[in-house]
Design a protein around this ligand. Structure first.
Ligand SMILES: NC(=O)c1ccc[n+]([C@@H]2O[C@H](COP(=O)([O-])OP(=O)(O)OC[C@H]3O[C@@H](n4cnc5c(N)ncnc54)[C@H](O)[C@@H]3O)[C@@H](O)[C@H]2O)c1
Length: 256
């Protein structure tokens, strides 16, 4: 356990996949959790499942790419939870496609959700953390935020941007007692995004995630809880001297 009892956390994109596992882990660590998701019905269903384990789980529907929707959803969650100690920017979008075949709308969509979404959440929550001189922000980047990969150009560019923003913000907020870190997941199965991308790969006759995982030193794909454990650590006082970092959680070096 990481000593997070009584802390208040918001997880974006917490209705499914990695975000759901992060919400579950933070609850198990003693946090009250707010799930902010584009899909409010799924967020409520997830909250109903998770709240059986104890702790408060609040939900709010919002598209993180909209500053107005984020402001309203954060106000709703704050009304239930109170001041926020932990922000996990996990909501993300991916559309596979070669750079030269990517439409301007798809290019902008990656930045609107993955980068602007993080920016809006930080602007809604970090000022209060600065005032209270406490808080931890964890951004979910990707191993594709450290390596450019064919057919993932827009996604990679947006994830590189997350890592850059993480480093800049950590530099600005350190003196105010707020830490900012990121994690870079590798091949993580059992998520909606992964399932959708696997369907596309299968149609193209490409090997599935479990076959590709044989090239990973740890010889398995990752699971959402592999990411959730690292997020709980980074959010906790156990990581009190870590800021501006992006921890790769990939099972080691691997090829797509
Ligand atoms: N699955 C992987 O292999 C993998 C690898 C590296 C990084 N990631 C990153 O992890 C994060 C979670 O991905 P996942 O695989 O769990 O995906 P997922 O599709 O299972 O979950 C994403 C969640 O985000 C929500 N969401 C999407 N767009 C949103 C928006 N505009 N506003 C609010 N909520 C929105 C969805 O409703 C969903 O609940 C993403 O940032 C993704 O880029 C995933």
């Amino acid at each position: 356990m990481y000593g997070l009892e009584g802390q208040k956390a918001i997880v974006t994109g917490g209705a499914h996949g990695i975000g759901k596992a992060i919400a579950a882990r933070l609850l198990a660590e003693g946090c009250d959790v707010g799930i902010l998701d584009l899909d409010p019905a799924a967020a409520q269903a997830t909250a109903a499942t998770l709240s059986r384990t104890g702790g408060v789980v609040a939900t709010a529907g919002a598209d993180v790419s909209s500053a107005e929707q984020v402001a309203a959803a954060v106000a709703t969650l704050r009304a239930t939870l109170g001041p926020i100690d932990i922000l996990v920017n996990n909501a993300g979008a991916l559309k596979v496609g070669k750079m030269l075949e990517t439409s301007e709308a798809d290019w902008k969509m990656h930045f609107a959700v993955n980068v602007d979404g993080m920016f809006h959440m930080i602007r809604a929550i970090a000022p209060e953390m600065v005032t209270r001189r406490r808080g931890a922000i964890v951004n979910i980047a990707s191993w594709m935020g450290k390596s450019g990969v064919a057919s993932y150009g827009a996604y990679c560019a947006s994830k590189f941007a997350i890592i850059g923003a993480t480093q800049s913000l950590a530099t600005e907020l350190g003196e105010h007692g707020v830490r900012v870190n990121a994690v870079g997941p590798g091949l993580i199965v059992d998520t909606k995004m992964r399932d959708e991308s696997e369907v596309k790969r299968k149609a193209e006759g490409l090997p599935d995630a479990y076959e590709r995982a044989q090239a990973i030193p740890l010889r398995r794909p990752g699971f959402p809880d592999d990411i959730a454990k690292a997020v709980a650590f980074l959010a906790s006082e156990e990581a009190s001297y870590i800021t501006g970092e992006t921890i790769s959680i990939t099972g080691g070096l691997w090829n797509d």
